[in-house]
Design a protein around this ligand. Structure first.
Ligand SMILES: C[S@@+](CC[C@H](N)C(=O)[O-])C[C@H]1O[C@@H](n2cnc3c(N)ncnc32)[C@H](O)[C@@H]1O
Length: 424
């Protein structure tokens, strides 16, 4: 393996050009920290595949690769462990009809404006300190939205994907109508928000936000008008997902795996997950956090015994780290063992000669640099992959929110790499 970043990569050149193109409105359906820049899947889908091919993402998140695959008339299959994320990606890749949506929009708005839905305490979801996060009238209005949607779809005979669209729009506007500072990645009420509140400068209008949001998103579905391909979003843990049906069928993988210690991605979606009832209590929340790759929520008991890997270089890092911090040493071992399982699956599903494009950053844990991309490439060679290209991806405005998240929380960010492996 010669893991040296290429200074004049042709792939980097075409990616830079792609970044100048306008991005699809669909990518803005729902906020999601850690999103891929759409140009990455878009350019490599065009470069390495043809219409009708199959694209795979083992960490599909909010579905950036899925949307680009579908928009380019490629089929897509993806795994995602977080049920809300899976649902976001799912709704972004349904071929909904913008005209039907426009008609439903009007009817639902009419119900909201003309009916007097009663809201009771037991309509409200469980969320610790709910009143801290949402003003009383906001909670009321959000439930009214849900009631109007339920009311409308109880009468109309139509696909439930349309109903899901409206639910997902509630999720999409939730942070905007909460007390949380939307400039912050993790839900929190900042000094800035308190000052705005005190100056009477916060004007939340749940119905107006919802109306704007459904109108804009309805139009975004026009991109799928002449598309025959389909996207299959599977709620699964990619370390142990069943891939029997996929073996040798995939033409391209484009993915950005979670970073080491990145469990807090789930925290970024906390309000939405509780409000939309994807999580109904703290036990469910921590169980999901535990299953996520890169998880850093370990009890003392859990990190008493370290996990070593099949790779001496990684084991040396674990040994050095154990003298600094046992918990981090455990997290590192666990991360590489889990990612190895996913790399094996990636190899099994890919056709020979096909490629995997991975976006990943190094991590800094307790001041120690972990070269995640290089070490993943080392592992990949055991599974029939050959490094074809590696280059640094310039951080631009699109990834600014993620950068903030990383700087604040996980010490990540030295380099953002794009790595291309070829399956031999
Ligand atoms: C960096 S994000 C991917 C974002 C995605 N490319 C997008 O544009 O929205 C990594 C994703 O991996 C998911 N994840 C973490 N552990 C997982 C696992 N074991 N199996 C499947 N997905 C997992 C997280 O929920 C998160 O959505």
């Amino acid at each position: 393996m010669n893991f040296v970043e290429s200074k004049n990569s042709k792939n980097n050149e075409i990616l830079k050009k792609e970044k100048e193109l306008p991005r699809l409105g669909m990518h803005s359906f729902h906020r999601y920290y850690g999103k891929l820049i759409p140009a990455i899947p878009s350019v490599f889908i065009k470069e390495f595949t043809k219409e009708g091919d199959l694209i795979f993402d083992p960490f599909s998140g909010s579905g950036t690769t899925a949307v680009e695959a579908l928009a380019h008339n490629r089929n897509f299959v993806g795994f995602e462990i977080n049920p809300l994320s899976r649902q976001i990606a799912y709704i972004k890749t349904r071929k909904l009809n913008p005209e039907i949506l426009a008609e439903y929009n009007n009817k639902i708005i009419n119900l909201i404006e003309t009916k007097n839905y009663e809201v009771n305490e037991n309509d409200l979801p469980y969320l610790l300190n709910r009143d801290h996060w949402f003003k009383d009238f906001v909670q009321h209005d959000l439930i009214v939205l849900k009631k109007a949607i339920d009311d409308f779809f109880s009468k109309e005979k139509c696909s439930s994907d349309y109903k899901l669209f409206y639910y997902m729009v509630i999720s999409a506007i939730l942070k905007n109508v909460s007390n949380a500072d939307t400039r912050h990645v993790f839900p929190g009420i900042s000094k800035r928000m308190r000052a705005l509140e005190a100056a009477g400068k916060i004007h939340i209008d749940v119905f107006a936000s919802f109306k704007r949001a459904i109108k804009k998103r309805a139009q975004d579905y026009a991109i799928y008008e002449n598309i025959c391909a389909d996207a299959n979003l599977i709620l699964a843990d990619s370390t142990n997902a069943d891939i029997d049906d996929l073996k040798g069928r995939v033409d391209l993988i484009v993915t950005n795996p979670p970073y080491i210690s990145s469990v807090r991605y789930i925290e970024t979606l906390k309000l939405e997950m509780y409000w939309m009832k994807y999580i109904t209590n703290t036990k469910e929340y921590s169980e999901l956090a535990h299953k996520m790759l890169g998880n850093d929520k370990l009890s003392k008991q859990e990190y008493q015994e370290l996990e070593y890997t099949n790779y001496s270089e990684i084991n040396e890092i674990i040994d050095t780290m154990k003298n600094i911090d046992m918990k981090s040493a455990k997290i590192i071992g666990e991360f590489f063992n889990q990612i190895e399982k996913v790399i094996e699956k990636m190899s099994l599903v890919l056709k020979s000669g096909a490629r995997a494009v991975i976006k990943i950053s190094d991590s800094k844990i307790k001041k120690m640099k972990i070269e995640t991309g290089r070490l993943m490439t080392l592992i990949s060679e055991n599974y029939g992959f050959k490094l074809e290209d590696v280059f640094l991806d310039e951080i631009n405005n699109n990834s600014r929110s993620l950068t903030t998240a990383r700087n604040t929380y996980s010490d990540i960010i030295t380099h953002d790499y794009i790595i291309i492996w070829e399956k031999e």
